[in-house]
Design a protein around this ligand. Structure first.
Ligand code: NAP
Length: 253
């Protein structure tokens, strides 16, 4: 028996990195998983792997910046699995530049993928959860949503917004028995971080060595973040809402 038996979870950005680890963990814990991602090749691969291990999963092509895609993802969850209990707003992108080096298009894209997506997914998911009488939403923040970081002005702005949006949503929807929390990962070994190393022009080994400079002296593996998302999504966190949980090896301590 898994802790998410009979639940249905929608995970944006579920084809890679932290989202993928969470999809695998949730499926292992008994949830039916909807993988909503822009990357069809990897998304289909995650679906196949979960099905092969006896889990329940479906991949839905979804650009989280598009309202119709978000609506379709929520509808698909309900049509395929009959309900929607958990929404992990995980899809995100990073651009490593200051205000001078960031183009207006990059600013808009970073805000859209990281922030507008949570607004859009919430718009369609909250009514379903309200009708069911319960729900759990976990938003993906970052250590850089709690403190500032160098050469990442759009990302820091976006993740700061995610943190306070989480609090606002928790206040708005608590009376519907919908909990809204935020996980703030520290540096985690995923394709996003590899891409960041390229953006800042550092060899990956050097970039990752710097990422490990924190009290626990190492960076995270995706499954370590997934475990905290599992906690916030499960009934073990039944009285937790509006919380901002840093899972960062003490990086923001
Ligand atoms: P990742 O490995 O790059 O995975 C993100 C997934 O989201 C990818 O499959 C990506 O597709 C997809 N995606 C991008 N834009 C999308 C869109 N518009 N619509 C739907 N899907 C989209 O990233 P990750 O490291 O696991 O990051 C997951 C979350 O954790 C993000 O919100 C990130 O900001 C946050 N986070 C990560 C770290 C870290 O160190 N990794 C630290 C703090 C916070 P493509 O691959 O095709 O782009």
């Amino acid at each position: 028996m898994g802790v998410l038996n009979n639940k249905c979870a929608l995970i944006t950005g579920g084809a890679s990195g932290i989202g993928r680890a969470t999809a695998e963990l949730f499926a292992k814990e008994g949830a039916a998983v909807v993988i909503a991602d822009i990357n069809a090749e990897l998304g289909n691969q995650v679906e196949r792997e979960i099905l092969q291990t006896g889990g329940r999963a479906v991949f839905i092509a979804c650009d989280v910046t598009r309202a119709e895609d978000c609506q379709h993802a929520v509808q698909s969850a309900v049509e395929k699995f009959g309900r929607l209990d958990i929404l992990f707003n995980n899809a995100g992108i990073v651009r490593r530049a200051d205000v001078i080096g960031t183009t207006e298009e990059e600013w808009d894209r970073v805000m859209d993928v990281n922030v507008k997506s949570i607004f859009l997914m919430g718009k369609y998911a909250v009514p379903v959860m309200a009708k069911q009488g319960s729900g759990a939403i976990v938003n993906s923040g970052s250590g850089w949503g709690i403190k500032g970081g160098r050469n990442a002005v759009s990302y820091c702005a976006a993740k700061g917004a995610v943190v306070n949006m989480t609090r606002a949503m928790a206040i708005d929807h608590g009376h519907l028995n919908i909990r809204v929390n935020c996980v703030c990962p520290g540096d985690t070994d995923t394709p996003m971080l590899q891409n960041e190393a390229v953006q800042v022009g550092q060899p990956y080994d050097q970039f990752m060595a710097e990422a490990a400079e924190r009290p626990l002296n190492r960076y995270a593996q995706p499954m370590e973040i997934a475990q905290s998302v599992l906690y916030l999504s499960s009934d073990a966190a039944s009285y937790v809402t509006g919380a901002i949980l840093a899972v960062d090896g003490g990086g923001t301590a």
